[in-house]
Design a protein around this ligand. Sequence first.
Ligand SMILES: Cc1ncc(COP(=O)(O)O)c(C=O)c1O
Length: 392
Amino acid sequence: MARHLPPVYSPVGLGAIVSSVFSRRESSHTQLIGLLGDHFDAEHALLTGSGTQALQLAISAALSEGAPVALPAYSCFDLVSAAVGARAPISFYDIDPQTLTPDLDSLERCVSEGARTIVAGNLYGYPLPWSELRKIAAHHDAILIEDAAQGLGSIGQGTPAGKAGHYTVLSFGRGKGWTGGGGGALLVGGGLDVPSLPPGTAVSRLRPAATSLAAWLLGRPSLYGIPASIPQLALGETVYHPPRAPGSISTFSAALARRTRAASVDAIPLRREQARRWAQEILDRDPNGDRILPCLPIGDFDSASSLRFAVRLQGADLTSDTWDRLRRHGVESGYPVPLPRLPEAWGLFKGDPTAFPGAEALSASLVTLPTHSWVRDVDRTTVLDLLTGSAS
Ligand SMILES: Cc1ncc(COP(=O)(O)O)c(C=O)c1O
């Protein structure tokens, strides 16, 4: 089987998966909640069936009568799903395509026009300007929901991800740095409404256990070509999933997330180093950014957790053959459309879906590069040859 890099890699060992299959519910939940309390200073932690469910609960709890929730115009489609599940009116703010951070003028506009809940989330481990975001929220008496699904390990203006919002959302799902094979968490700060979950709503442990086992077995360069070649798995595709009623995390995912925490933290320094190498090699090859413009983290690379390295392609479209070759080196395109253009958002969003130039630019040009431990010099060379049109 030809070498095929997965786009992301969340460290997990077979021993952790097997032990988690046999874990007991009470102790798994208690231990993960204890760990979250220790690491993120949360007053309360709720373990949910997914990050999307945690976000839906946070939006429902934070929403003030009739006021919209402000969402980034460029992010994972699950943000719209959560707002739809919470039946929240939506306003969108734009994203700065150079740093993948909120366009603060655009966000100010949302809150000036009435939004009283702000969702701000890291993309690909790029840090966010939390001091400024908190200032805007405080000035308008708005609740700040931190979506840290892709952000753990980043530090934005001195604030570590996971500690930045009134409410914070975590995900232990696929493609994030910290895996439980599924599940999520909602961290709630002091003095805020704490949502509750209906009893008896835990996800079955079978599915996350099977997913984790498959990821452990096939998520390596020698075998990843197998799942990547099965169209039904839709790996790497961005699909809208309708919201589900929030429920509790599976016992398996709670147990596995606790066991993979240390490895997920240990993986970050190497990812940062890989991101630095991408940035340097792109600069060496294309100093004027004629073909490839890197997105650079605010602060520096030490403040990013570099789940992926993001670049914007200038000019020529890539052929499908070039895309096939890029994917074999772990390259993926970004989200295909800005969130305001998703038809599912239209019943809740009353503005102009085309009015977000940063999000439009990102959906047209963003490509993300892998930063995990399997990326070698030859991958970088081949990818940059393909992206600059110098590949044979
Ligand atoms: C930025 C962001 N927020 C929230 C979510 C939702 O997390 P989950 O997949 O656990 O529902 C995702 C999932 O990809 C995400 O990328």
